[in-house]
Structures are given as structure tokens and as C-alpha cells.
Design a protein around this ligand. Structure first.
Ligand code: TYM
Length: 347
């Protein structure tokens, strides 16, 4: 099949968050999802739930489908509009796994071995205990992005290296087999690119942090979220000022505060001049309750109608396949596979 990708006038963005927990956390929201919502009006947007990536680490089959629906509901509750944006589950679009295999075969073993996320994730148990799936995580991610001729990928700082690999693979494929892929760029909003763990502000907030108090889960009881803010680790001294080196704890709280209220960090520094850390925490706890409560209510409301969520996701998967199948067909043709007449029929 030689059909060309239709050139949309708007640039395309694409991103996703893994369904590996019972809720997205505040870092996912501030570092990524919030920016997606802001960008969806201006861009041709594709948001998906990378469930194939979720099985690269230990997982419970009894939980996966539920968590996938939760993330879907959280996207919508946060403001993703399935009418405006293409919105689907990765495993519903088989082209992701198919393109990933093709990309695996142009990726160097050494190149994949240099991925710091793989190294971090295997640090404790050793690379031998990891699966091939975890090793190939970045090439599946590259497939997610390249299938849709994506221009921009809004993510947090921790995804930068995966984006670099994606760019390299796109360029390598284009050089070797003829121009096929748009070479994407990462969009990383500097101020909110990394939200830190509330108990250990030298580590990023994550699903697998050491203390449950380190992360705010967007679906948890707002009172618990407030408590976690109030018990956040702060720094020596008393002055409320942004200084990531000297005051990582307070700086993290200022970043969160600024992200949720739209007040700039200098405005907050002025507002809290001469006040104690405790004042900042009490106010931020209140901001957190106001932010989390409607998001949680809306998510629960959406979760109460799983059939409607599944319908939206099925419609999104159809729209996604229309684009993904064209790209995959070009890839197969350029790599020299014998065309499959039966496959051509369903494409
Ligand atoms: P995931 O599920 O780990 O995280 C989803 C998004 O949240 C961002 N993020 C953070 N941002 C700021 N501070 C934090 N503490 C923080 N923790 C997480 C992540 O940078 C991410 O943008 N590999 C991706 C999922 C993925 C993907 C893709 C993304 C699969 N295929 C294609 C973009 C394009 C991931 O693990 O996200």
C-alpha cells in the first residue's frame, strides 16, 4: 500500500501514562496530563493508555483492565475531550506491537542497554531478572510515537532519553528505507518537568516511591492528600524561597503550589515573605483539597459507567487504527515484506 499520510494543517501531539497503579499521581498530572489538556485545542492530539508497557514490570492480570479504565476516566476528568482528541488503549491497536518489532530490528543492543530507565528499574534485582519486554520498552514507545507521525511529545523530564532514541530511530529508518516518519520533538515544560517525592525531595514522585506519603494519588481521599502535604519533608532554615539546591523540599512545594494556582514562584515568595513553612503547607493543603476533590468526583462518576468508557475507547481505537495502519503498511512495504493480500483486505 503506498497511500501517503494526509498532512493535517495542525501539528500532531501524542502522549500517554501507564496504568500501573490504582490512580495517576500528582507528578503525572503536573508534569504531563495538565499540559495535554492545554495543548489539545491547538494541536491534533492523540492520547492513549500504554497498557502493553504496563506488563513490562510485575503486574496482576486481575487489576490491569480496571487500572486501564481508571486512567481513561482520569484523562477525561482532567479535561481530555474524546471528541477533540483521539483517545484509546494501546493494546486495542495491534500496529503498536507490530511496528515495535520492526524497530527492535534496527536498534542496537548496546544502544538499548544505555537507557537509564532500564538501568534504574533493574538496579535492585539485576538485569538478569528483567524481561525482554522491559528491555524493549523504549522501542515500543518509539513505535507509539512514530505510528502517528507525531510532531511533539509532551512528557516529563524522565522521558527525555526515550525521546532521543525515538528521534534516532526515525532518522535511521528514514535514511535506510526512505522518508517514512516525522522526526518528533519532546515538549518538556521546564518549571514542572519533575515533581519530587514529598518525603525524599531528591527522588521524583513516582508510583513506586519508598513511602506512601511521598506521592499524592489523585484518587485518594482529599483529606489524606492534605495530610501528605502537611507532613512533607522541608529543609533547614525558615525562609520560603525557591532554591532547588539548598531547599529542595520547599522548592518542590512552591512548584506544586504554582502549578495548581497559576501564581508564579516570585509571587508566592513575596506572599510568604516572613511566614513559616507551616503556613505554606496549610495553604497548599487547602489548594490540594480543592484541586483533588472535583477531579476525584468526576473520575468516580465516569467509572460508574464502564460501558460508556469502553465505547469511547473503542471509537478512539478505530480512529487511531486509521492512521496507524497506513504508517505500518508503508513500513512493511519499505522493509521489503511480501504484501499480504489477506491483510490488505482488512486494512
Ligand atoms: P508514566 O506512566 O511513567 O508517566 C506519565 C507521564 O507523567 C510524567 N511524570 C512526571 N512528570 C513530572 N514529575 C514526576 N514526578 C513525574 N512522574 C511521571 C512522565 O514524564 C510522563 O510524561 N514511558 C511513558 C509512557 C509512554 C509514552 C509513550 C509517553 C509510553 N509510550 C509515548 C509518551 C509517548 C511513561 O512511563 O509514563
Amino acid at each position: 500500500m503506498t497511500s501517503q499520510i494526509s498532512q493535517a494543517t495542525k501539528k500532531r501531539i501524542l502522549s500517554g501514562a501507564k496504568p500501573t497503579a490504582d490512580s495517576l499521581h500528582l507528578g503525572n498530572y503536573i508534569g504531563a496530563v495538565r499540559n495535554w489538556v492545554d495543548m489539545q485545542a491547538e494541536y491534533d492530539a492523540v492520547f492513549f493508555i500504554p497498557d502493553l508497557h504496563a506488563i513490562t514490570v510485575d503486574f496482576d492480570p486481575a487489576e490491569l483492565a480496571k487500572r486501564t479504565r481508571i486512567v481513561a476516566a482520569q484523562y477525561i476528568a482532567a479535561g481530555i475531550d474524546p471528541d477533540k482528541s483521539i483517545f484509546f488503549v494501546q493494546s486495542h491497536v495491534p500496529e503498536h506491537a507490530q511496528l515495535a518489532w520492526a524497530l527492535n530490528c534496527i536498534t542496537g543492543f548496546g544502544e538499548a542497554s544505555r537507557m537509564t530507565q532500564f538501568k534504574d528499574k533493574t538496579q535492585k534485582s539485576g538485569a538478569d531478572a528483567a524481561t525482554l519486554g522491559l528491555f524493549a520498552y523504549p522501542t515500543l514507545m518509539a513505535a507509539d510515537i512514530l505510528l502517528y507521525q507525531t510532531d511533539l511529545v509532551p512528557v516529563g523530564e524522565d522521558q527525555r532519553q526515550h525521546l532521543e532514541l525515538t528521534r534516532n530511530l526515525a532518522q535511521r529508518f528514514n535514511t535506510r528505507f526512505g522518508h517514512t516518519f516525522t522526526v518528533p520533538e519532546a515538549t518538556i515544560v521546564k518549571e514542572s518537568a519533575k515533581i519530587y517525592d514529598l518525603q525524599n525531595p531528591s527522588a521524583k514522585m513516582s508510583k513506586t516511591g519508598e513511602s506512601p506519603n511521598g506521592a499524592i494519588q489523585l484518587l485518594e481521599d482529599p483529606k489524606v492528600a492534605a495530610k501528605r502535604i502537611k507532613s512533607a519533608v522541608t529543609d533547614a532554615g525558615t525562609e520560603i524561597r525557591f532554591d532547588a539546591e539548598e531547599k529542595p523540599g520547599i522548592s518542590n512545594l512552591l512548584t506544586i503550589y504554582s502549578s495548581l494556582t497559576g501564581k508564579t514562584i516570585p509571587e508566592l515568595e513575596t506572599e510568604y515573605q516572613g511566614k513559616m513553612y507551616g503556613h505554606l503547607k496549610v495553604d497548599l493543603a487547602e489548594v490540594m483539597v480543592e484541586f483533588v476533590t472535583p477531579l476525584r468526583d468526576r473520575t468516580n462518576e465516569l467509572m460508574s459507567d464502564p460501558a460508556e468508557l469502553d465505547r469511547l475507547l473503542a471509537h478512539g481505537a478505530e480512529r487511531a487504527r486509521e492512521i496507524a495502519s497506513v504508517t505500518l503498511a508503508q513500513v512493511y512495504e519499505r522493509m521489503g515484506f511480501l504484501p499480504s493480500l489477506s491483510l490488505a483486505g482488512v486494512r
